[in-house]
Design a protein around this ligand. Structure first.
Ligand code: PRT
Ligand code: ZN
Length: 226
């Protein structure tokens, strides 16, 4: 399986917050594509660099399996899945290659408005709802705190009101969602943004040259933006 050796395949989010900025960034590197009828695959025209349009959660696994060479995904997703792999005793398979400067957000603890927050020690014995159980568990362990991690795949912000958890650990950008749910952000666990993800090891042969060219163009495009 995998892409032919003389082409590069990049996984990006099909539809979501990172889709348009990811495409725009790659287009600013001189890439252009011909879209397939099902809109899941974009064939590179100016360069032998193709796109695969997928759920963001699938991107680290596609790189680990060698189905894609690179991906554009939130650091939060990449580190969560890396943490999950490590917890299961699996080898490191992907890593962050470049921060990309868009999709910024924070993974934060948020407590009900009424809480008098006095620091992490207060979390002992509490139930914390999150979609990032590996990142939260690692942080709790670093802090030396025993708390219960309640894993939810979505709508984490309503968990305290439903009585599923005492507080939450979720992504925050403007903070409007927390405020609308009578929650207050109190502690940052991770500063996140979109990143270029790639395999833990370097590429070989033809793909290495293509990847180097893409990285040079990407670094140029990122410099112009800042
Ligand atoms: O369908 P697919 O699985 O691909 O998409 P998705 O729904 O899982 O992802 P998507 O498009 O919502 O987010 C993709 C990535 O964008 C995330 O993994 C983050 O890296 C990044 N990002 C940046 C965010 C936010 N900002 C953000 N605000 N992801 C989610 N949110 C949530 C936040 O948790 C809150 O519920 O958006 C809501 C609004 O946030 P506030 O604080 O502005 O109210
Ligand atoms: Zn997702």
């Amino acid at each position: 399986t995998g892409a032919p050796r003389d082409r590069l395949r990049i996984a990006i989010q099909k539809s979501g917050r990172l889709s348009e900025p990811a495409r725009a960034l790659l287009a600013s590197c001189g890439l252009s594509w011909r879209e397939s009828r099902d809109r899941l695959f974009c064939y590179g025209e100016t360069l032998p660099i193709d796109l695969l349009l997928v759920r963001d959660d699938d991107i680290p696994g596609l790189i680990a399996d060698g189905v894609c060479d690179l991906g554009i995904v939130g650091r939060n997703v990449l580190l969560e899945q890396a943490g999950e792999r490590a917890a299961n005793g699996r080898a490191e398979a992907f890593r962050e290659w470049r921060p990309l400067g868009f999709g910024g957000c924070r993974l934060m603890l948020a407590v009900p408005d009424g809480w008098d927050w006095r620091g992490p020690a207060q979390l002992a014995g509490r139930r914390i709802a999150t979609s990032y159980p590996a990142l939260l568990s690692n942080w709790l362990q670093e802090q030396g705190i025993a708390a219960q991690v309640v894993t939810l795949s979505g709508s984490v912000e309503i968990a305290p009101r439903l009585g599923q958890a005492d507080l939450i650990c979720d992504l925050v950008s403007s903070g409007a969602t927390l405020a609308a749910n009578q929650l207050r952000p109190v502690q940052t666990l991770l500063e996140s943004e979109a990143v270029l993800a790639g395999p833990a090891r370097d590429f070989e042969a033809e793909r290495a040259e293509l990847a180097e060219m893409l990285l040079r163009r990407l670094d140029g495009a990122l410099r112009v933006r800042h």
